[in-house]
Ligand binder design. Sequence first.
Ligand SMILES: *[C@@H]1O[C@H](CO)[C@@H](O)[C@H](O)[C@H]1NC(C)=O
Ligand SMILES: *[C@@H]1O[C@H](CO)[C@@H](O)[C@H](O)[C@H]1NC(C)=O
Ligand SMILES: *[C@@H]1O[C@H](CO)[C@@H](O)[C@H](O)[C@H]1NC(C)=O
Length: 372
Amino acid sequence: MKLWTSRSLLLRIMPSTNGSSLCHLGVMLALVGVVFLTVMFSWFSLSSCLKQYSANSLNSFSNAAEDKPLLLLWVWPENYVFEFSDCKKFFNINSCQLTDDRSLYNNSDAVIVYHRNISLDLSNLPPSPRPLFQKWIWLHLESPTNTKIIPGLENLFNHTLSYRQDADIPVRMRLKTRKKPADDFVIPKKDKLVCWIVSNNSPLTGVSARNRIYRELSRYIHVHLFGKAYSTYLDYKDYYPTLASCKFYLSFENSIHKDYITEKINGPLAVGTVPVVLGPPRKNYENFIPGDAFIHVNDFLSVRSLARYLYMLNKNDIAYHRYFDWRKRLTPTPHLIEQTQEFILPICTACDYIARHREYKEAHDLYDWYFN
Ligand SMILES: *[C@@H]1O[C@H](CO)[C@@H](O)[C@H](O)[C@H]1NC(C)=O
Ligand SMILES: *[C@@H]1O[C@H](CO)[C@@H](O)[C@H](O)[C@H]1NC(C)=O
Ligand SMILES: *[C@@H]1O[C@H](CO)[C@@H](O)[C@H](O)[C@H]1NC(C)=O
């Protein structure tokens, strides 16, 4: 607009002027024009630069919300419903949008499918074909002993979500390293020697090995029993205080498999009780927990010598206290203990994973991997 005005001004002035003044006027106008053009040019480039800048910052704002992948929970595992905001509350995970609204299926970046809920004829799976960008996550937390094979899932999923360390999305409570070593841990007061909380005692779940060891151990040492299986029901609010009041806790897994090291060891570690573990070999435990933080049943030739060792530690405070040296370097985190909270950590972990991993992926030969 401004440029056009100046040119028409020049045209209007030109006919009414003569020789030298015309020359003067020409030089002046040319100068004015150059200045004008320069100003205009810098104004244009500045404004387009500003526009670009504000567009960029707008993008980064909307991307923050848009970029959060949408994660659809196809069914609530075991019908244990929780608030999706728990991911932020308990684990500070807020990197995806979680939903259980199946009408959002076509827009979901990933869908979590709970293995135990899939029917044998596969009729309750999410619909196929799935959107091209969508990934399916196989959620299963049981050990192979307690896993039902549902044919047809072998090459259906993109990610596995399991306690297994070599799953795409491994789930477990982890000890955290301290920046600065500290000697501030105080072992809680103890009024019991050995405790065990057992909720599941169904022989079908592979518990015979742990029951055998318990029975033999209880011939030498009194074991305080709690839990559904022994009808001394323990209130959730009493779980950690009860654990803390025992010198030793039997962290016996129901079945023995690689990486199948569950919250049964996290509880005693979290409160300051020494776990006596039955599960995969010691070396496997030591991938996650320092070797001087627990006692392994396999460390002893017999259950009787294990009992003798526990008695010895009961008399020898210095030796017992050594089981807490790791506390100087590491801190445990208590896990959520209510049964209905069982799937919060796994689902939140999937949310965190999906936000970080946008790459293409297929999970093949599911059962070959899981059972071998
Ligand atoms: C998803 O898209 C498919 C194919 O475009 C369509 O048939 C189906 O109804 C859609 N599902 C939902 C839940 O919107
Ligand atoms: C899956 O869970 C739903 C409830 O959410 C239940 O109605 C259905 O029977 C379950 N299916 C299987 C195969 O367990
Ligand atoms: C997900 O896995 C399926 C089955 O292996 C595959 O067909 C599909 O292309 C994969 N999609 C993505 C986005 O990784």
